[in-house]
Design a protein around this ligand. Structure first.
Ligand code: HEC
Ligand code: HEC
Length: 359
């Protein structure tokens, strides 16, 4: 275990030294006056490290996206009847009007119970290597089955009740039959399949993608300065790729332990010593909108989150000015939520057979 950690730390150190050399800031203090060729160099470096968000997520072979499936998935996403109380929907904790998160430290679930972790945004989640802070579900389909039956969240006692509710509503029966094959199309797997197909449409390209696609003027000089710092300070060791994160697991507290040591992260799943305090590196897309920060939602200020990252992950104390520059760059990652996802669907009414809400 110790050996793995040493190798990891050595690799990180090597990257910082090598990376700092390779990505020498051309004029870090004043890059707003960068020459055109410096400007292009920064853009090339960025293109090598990040990727534009594709127009749609990587498709799932097992669960191909169709327009009807997305439409059904959107209704289910917004339908509070997927919860025992009849008042909590996916959108309660992943509110698309607030960038797919709930902006509270830890979400309020069934009977006002709170869980131990902050709700990450659903936007672009399909681009991540796996789902949840600890990556315990490999894909969106597997993930969607969790919250409905979680007693702290939507609190359905079993999947049969979910299916009872949905199949008591004729419109849902018809829509499932159009979208899915088989004798009993209204089943729990298909509920998850439809929701996942809807979630795959939740991609939020921003000006940063225009920049990566070749338009150097898509970012302001200040944003480019922040981007350059984000690269030279080695944030990119962990936050890279299309999601500016979401592509790997890393320890939180590589150099300095985080103040809250309660959550052991991936250790709870793998039972490996080396996985203590290891979490999925979060995507930083839309990050200035999805406060509060970290798995416990204990940090409200993005500036403080960036400072903590410098200290705990890289062993450096970022100055106020450096933090301001990085935050200006991070704000350029705020993208547009697809308009159709934001339009509330009209949900089909319950019938006399629909099981009643309970608290
Ligand atoms: C009561 C609040 C609540 C409800 C309701 C809820 N979630 Fe979540 N969601 C969370 C929390 C908290 C997490 C993080 C839990 C963890 O990592 O252990 C999460 C994680 C996720 C993730 C993983 C994102 C990532 O970056 O890893 C996705 C996707 C997601 N939820 C989708 C859904 C869907 C779809 C529904 C409805 C079926 C739903 N959630 C209902 C609170 C909620
Ligand atoms: C060694 C890997 C690593 C490095 C380097 C790193 N991060 Fe992180 N970052 C993480 C991990 C892991 C988390 C999740 C921590 C948690 O809450 O458990 C995270 C979380 C964050 C968050 C909060 C995300 C959220 O959704 O709450 C921000 C903001 C952030 N990082 C920015 C940065 C910046 C800016 C830098 C460079 C100064 C940086 N990171 C360097 C691994 C890293």
């Amino acid at each position: 275990m110790k050996k793995r950690l040493t190798i990891y730390t050595a690799t990180l150190t090597a990257f910082i030294i090598f990376g700092a050399f390779f990505l020498t800031p051309t004029n870090a203090q004043n890059s707003s006056q960068n020459t055109k060729s410096d400007d292009q160099k920064i853009q090339k470096q960025a293109q090598a490290i990040f990727k534009p968000l594709a127009e749609t997520m990587p498709a799932s072979e097992a669960n191909p996206t169709t327009a009807e499936k997305v439409r059904l998935g959107k209704k289910l996403y917004y339908d509070p009847r997927l919860s025992l109380s009849g008042v909590i929907s996916c959108n309660t904790c992943h509110n698309l009007a607030t960038y797919g998160s709930d902006n509270v430290e830890t979400s309020l679930g069934h009977n006002f119970q709170t869980g131990g972790r902050n709700a990450p945004t659903v936007l672009n989640a399909g681009t991540h290597i796996a789902q949840f802070w600890d990556g315990r579900e490999p894909d969106l389909e597997g993930q969607a089955k969790g919250p409905v039956l979680n007693p702290l969240e939507m609190a359905m006692p079993d999947s049969e009740l979910v299916i009872q509710r949905l199949s008591s509503i004729p419109e849902y029966r018809e829509e499932f039959a159009v979208v899915f094959e088989g004798d009993e199309p209204v089943n729990y797997d298909n509920v998850a399949n439809a929701i996942a197909a809807f979630e795959r449409t939740l991609v939020t390209p921003s000006r940063f993608d225009d920049y990566l696609n070749g338009n150097n003027n898509a970012l302001t000089p200040e944003e480019k300065e922040g981007l350059q710092l984000f690269m030279t300070k080695a944030c990119i060791t962990c936050h890279n790729g299309a999601g500016v994160g979401g592509s790997m697991y890393q320890k939180f507290g590589v150099v300095k332990p985080y103040k809250n040591q309660e959550d052991l992260g991936r250790y709870k799943i793998t039972n490996k010593e080396a996985d203590k305090y290891v979490f999925k590196v979060p995507s930083l897309r839309n990050i200035t909108r999805t406060y509060p920060y970290f798995h416990d939602g204990q940090v409200w200020d993005i500036r403080e989150a960036v400072y903590i990252m410098g200290e705990s992950q890289l062993g450096m104390q970022l100055s106020d000015e450096e933090i301001s520059n990085i935050v200006i760059f991070l704000d350029s990652l705020t993208g547009e939520i697809p308009e159709d996802a934001l339009k509330l669907p009209v949900l089909p009414p319950s019938t006399a057979e629909t099981s009643k809400p309970k608290i």
